[in-house]
Design a binder for this molecule. Structure first.
Ligand code: FES
Length: 83
């Protein structure tokens, strides 16, 4: 199971982390990855100036924006689930 944790701390929240979660939820459902990806919110990852911060497995990705979520999903999530 791949863990994907989107920071929902206040700085990341202001930069749109709720939208990032919603878009990821939709993509996970669309691609039928519910039993391969565990999506959750996380507390502050101490990278507040670089939000939105998303941890994918052991990798910390910073600067995630709404319009970059699909690319992030393709490169970092879908590729790991369907190599
Ligand atoms: S609020 Fe997201 S890293 Fe601090």
């Amino acid at each position: 199971m791949l863990r994907v944790a989107v920071c929902v701390g206040s700085a990341c929240h202001l930069k749109g982390s709720a939208d990032v979660i919603r878009i990821l939820q939709d993509l996970i459902a669309t691609y039928g990855l519910e039993d391969q990806v565990y999506l959750e919110g996380s507390f502050c990852q101490e990278q507040c100036t670089k939000g939105v911060v998303v941890r994918i497995g052991d990798e910390l990705v910073t600067g995630v924006q709404r319009d970059g979520v699909f690319q992030l999903f393709q490169e970092k999530i879908l590729r790991r689930c369907r190599p």
